[in-house]
Design a protein around this ligand. Structure first.
Ligand SMILES: [Zn+2]
Length: 615
């Protein structure tokens, strides 16, 4: 690793340590055997989701004499491979709490030292528990081989695979995350049942161990006498890798298969398109290996040559089916809504594959996303090029439909007829025009609840039930310790502080209040004493040009530290506070510099202020 890479790893570890402080009330390792999913049947839960929860009981599965996989101790699995004189751990679950619970179980099977760690990709549910298995210094010294794809650390720092800076949309993405994972819902029959991929995210401090051996496309390496052939298999993420162990006939695919579920080609929280062609070709790459054992990083292992082959083949076929049939219908002129109506299920032989139920990914969501990825938003009817604004349209529609009271009365009838999708739809305009119509809101909430109760897709269930809560007017309160950590102000400061100073400056640009600055033309320079960065922002009539070096002829120069700048960007402090506490000094007009910084929106304080159903 280069010095710079080491620095960024150190920063990251410090950042995640800070995150840990925000996660109060962690589960204890001793409580591990309890199923983290809700697994009791209820009329408010689709029986298939209950069955999936039952399959998520914490258990270490013996795959072969040398391979064990821990399922159900966290959202993701961890796999142990027993070599001649040491262990290899593939993925480490999301936190030290879940990682330690797994490590304790593995130690009942083998006392050999851990000689290798493999991260299959950069998502935190695969990395966060690493320090439960090895010490970071043993990775830094090279005593333990820690393998990841070459881009994994970079992607981890920005937390998604998007080419646009995902930190620009951190606020809204976090709010969407809360709806999708049911962060405002209790666990149980009226709330969260499982995550679709695994039972639940386990809260706790994160213990990252930096990689010291990077894979570009392929890597052949022997650890503890076990031959590993590692191949890059992009799909869910660009940095995904799979591990083939020819002597053990064992294949580990990370999230190339996302568990016992159709994959998330699209995720409701929002992400760039995950290319389906790339994805199924990656599965083809590993289908070439004569595997007898398949371990995934979510869900139970598949055993036996025929079973492994059918799981892999059906998975890639399901992805190709969805892609190809969507494209076929697009070529006949179908738009996204028509695609979703036409393609909501896989063909029977794939639909009935227990590894392909739509617990996490959804076929109809995927085909909509495919439309967007090929064409963007425009479907071809120019009416939509210049529609009336939403509220205006809603008002006119409502008048045509006979007014609020009439629509609410019709919705009542439709609810009695269990026509839930229609109830939810027809009340949208009523609520848009008159958000305080509690009759309408409660009716729509009832409809959404019924849709949620029937759902097999965990993400959609959580979203329906959260929106119902929103409509009923109850305050949205975080119920989930893991999300509480993610959404904490400390997490935001830690995440920003893990970035280079020049990159932190870039976060300000899309927060500029253009309407206040149409006549402003000023430049502010930052000098960061701790990181040595110089950077700046020029506000020029409604845009903020970012300089990643000292800007020419600044009107103000602010000298501070990168840590203080991270707090400023995170909305944890103001320039005035930094100056008053001697954490920053200004060269030039101090008042002018404070006004300059006031032109930028602060980040969101409270996620529950962001609503999606009552806008
Ligand atoms: Zn995962």
């Amino acid at each position: 690793m280069t010095f710079r890479a080491k620095q960024s790893v150190r920063r990251f570890i410090l950042g995640t340590a800070a995150l840990a402080c925000a996660c109060a009330g962690t589960l204890s390792a001793a409580a591990a055997p309890a199923n983290l999913a809700y697994d009791k049947p209820a009329p408010t839960i689709n029986p298939k989701l209950t069955a999936l929860s039952k399959a998520m009981q914490p258990k270490v599965y013996k795959v072969s004499n040398r391979v064990y996989v821990a399922v159900g101790y966290g959202d993701a699995n961890s796999t142990m491979v027993i070599g001649d004189d040491g262990l290899i751990i593939i993925d480490t679950t999301e936190s030290l709490t879940s990682g330690r619970a797994v490590e304790a179980e593995f130690r009942k099977i083998s006392k050999l030292p851990v000689k290798g760690i493999i991260y299959t990709h950069h998502h935190m549910d695969h990395l966060g528990g690493a320090a439960a298995f090895v010490q970071p210094q043993d990775a830094m010294s090279g005593k333990v081989t820690v393998i990841s794809q070459a881009d994994t650390m970079k992607l981890l720092a920005s937390s998604e695979t998007a080419k646009a800076n995902p930190l620009f949309t951190r606020d809204i993405m976090t709010a969407r995350f809360a709806y999708m994972f049911g962060a405002y819902l209790p666990k149980g029959p009226e709330g969260v049942v499982n995550n679709g991929t695994g039972p639940a995210m386990v809260a706790g401090p994160v213990g990252l161990v930096p990689p010291n051996k990077l894979v570009d496309d392929t890597l052949d390496v022997t650890i503890a006498g076990v031959r590993l052939h590692i191949v890059r298999t992009p799909g869910e993420t660009d940095d995904a890798i799979s591990v083939w162990m020819p002597d053990l006939k064992m294949l580990a695919t990370g999230d190339l298969l996302m568990g016992e579920t159709f994959p998330n080609l699209y995720t409701l929280r929002g992400a760039e398109i995950r290319n389906p062609i790339t994805w199924y070709r990656s599965i083809d790459r590993v289908r070439a290996f004569p595997a007898e054992y398949l371990v995934l990083s979510h869900g139970r292992p598949a055993l036996g040559r025929d079973k492994v082959a059918s799981v892999l083949t059906n998975h890639r076929d399901a992805i190709q089916y969805v892609h190809d049939q969507a494209v076929r219908l697009m070529n006949k002129g179908y738009g996204p809504d028509e695609l979703a109506a036409a393609i909501s299920q896989l063909p029977p032989h794939l639909r009935d594959d227990p590894y392909l139920a739509q617990f996490y990914g959804s076929v109809s969501s995927s085909v909509r996303q495919l439309y967007a990825s090929y064409f963007g938003w425009f479907e071809g009817d120019p009416t939509t090029l210049n529609l009336l604004p939403p509220k205006d349209r809603a008002q006119r529609n409502l008048a045509l439909m006979g007014g609020e009271a009439h629509v609410v009365a019709e919705a009542q009838k439709a609810l009695a007829a269990r026509d839930y999708r229609w109830v939810a739809d027809m009340l949208t305009d009523v609520i848009r025009v008159n958000p305080s119509n509690m009759n309408a809101r409660k009716l729509k909430a009832q409809a959404l609840r019924q849709l949620g109760y029937a759902e097999v897709n965990a993400n959609a269930r959580n979203w329906y039930l959260t929106s119902a809560q929103e409509l009923e007017g109850a305050p949205l309160q975080i119920q989930n310790d893991w999300f509480r950590g993610v959404a904490s102000p400390q997490a935001r400061v830690a995440q920003f502080n893990a970035m280079p100073g020049r990159a932190i400056i870039g976060l300000f640009a899309p927060r500029l209040q253009a309407e206040r600055t149409l006549d402003v033309h000023k430049t502010l320079a930052f000098v960061l004493s701790d990181s040595g960065d110089q950077a700046g922002i020029e506000i020029r009539r409604g845009i903020a040009e970012v300089y990643t070096q000292a800007p020419p002829s600044p009107d103000f120069t602010v000298s501070t530290t990168k840590a203080a700048l991270a707090r400023l960007a995170a909305g944890d402090t103001t320039l005035a506070h930094l100056i008053e506490s001697n954490a920053a000094t200004v060269q030039g007009d101090r008042q002018g510099a404070e006004t300059f910084m006031s032109y930028f929106d602060p980040p969101l304080k409270d996620w529950s202020d962001l609503h999606f159903t009552t806008r």
